[in-house]
Design a protein around this ligand. Structure first.
Ligand SMILES: [Fe+2]
Ligand SMILES: [Fe+2]
Length: 243
């Protein structure tokens, strides 16, 4: 089975559409989203509605989703992020709001585990080190474990004799499921690794391999919307640099 694995859409509907079109062209019909569907960007309702209607989707709640539905205090966010969360609150209504509010903090299937931040702190931990990866070892069972939150495409592996390894994921790197793995597909809507293209992954559960892909989208169109909504300039400008 081929899974389209993506995360941190952050209300960037133009980037989400580009990623879903990429999946469609590649015959992907099952999906995994690691949370942060809303926040930061101009189209929270469109993103929530698109994912609510997506068949065969396993998804979890991110910290921005939690804040947008009143499950987390906005005081934990910087002023720009808080602005976008308040904006998302004004946009999310009806079934889209119910969809975001009803997301679980973790999901497990026979093929994988999903959390936003980390197994021990699903909404808040930025999992970026081998030490954190090992400290989370007891919090999940089914490998691979898909994570998001840091917006960095990377993997962690518990190799032979329990020795951990990690590296950033670049397109054309194939990660085979040897040992226990955590995989972060990077961010669709606000990449932070210096590549402005949307980041997403494909997990082939039959051949046990994960690959990252980068997809072009119209950054300028999103920035135009953000400027029309008078969103904080920094949130718009960072999309030009991928940081
Ligand atoms: Fe995020
Ligand atoms: Fe997050």
């Amino acid at each position: 089975m081929k899974y389209g694995v993506f995360s941190d859409v952050h209300s960037n509907y133009v980037a989400l559409r580009a990623v879903l079109d990429f999946y469609r062209k590649n015959g992907v019909e099952n999906f995994v989203c690691c949370g942060d569907i809303v926040g930061y960007g101009p189209q929270p309702l469109e993103c929530a509605e698109e994912l609510r209607g997506l068949k065969n989707l396993v998804t979890v709640m991110g910290n921005h989703d939690a804040a947008a539905v009143g499950k987390m205090d906005v005081k934990w966010f910087n002023p720009n992020a808080a602005w976008a969360i308040e904006f998302a609150k004004t946009q999310l209504t009806g079934q889209a709001l119910d969809f975001i509010a009803g997301l679980p903090e973790r999901a497990e299937t026979p093929d994988f585990t999903v959390v936003h931040g980390s197994p021990r702190k699903p909404l808040t931990e930025y999992l970026l080190s081998e030490t954190q990866f090992m400290d989370n070892a007891k919090g999940w069972t089914v490998s691979p474990c898909f994570i998001g939150h840091s917006h960095m495409p990377l993997y962690f592996r518990e190799g032979e004799a329990g020795v951990p390894e990690t590296d950033f994921l670049k397109p054309s790197m194939k990660i085979f499921m040897k040992g226990r793995l955590m995989l972060n597909p990077g961010s669709v809507g606000q990449p932070r690794d210096g590549d402005t293209r949307a980041s997403c992954g494909i997990y082939d559960s039959k051949n046990k391999v994960f690959e990252i892909y980068r997809v072009f989208y119209d950054v300028g169109a999103v920035q135009k919307m953000m400027s029309a909504l008078k969103m904080p300039a920094m949130l718009s400008e960072r999309l030009s640099f991928g940081f």
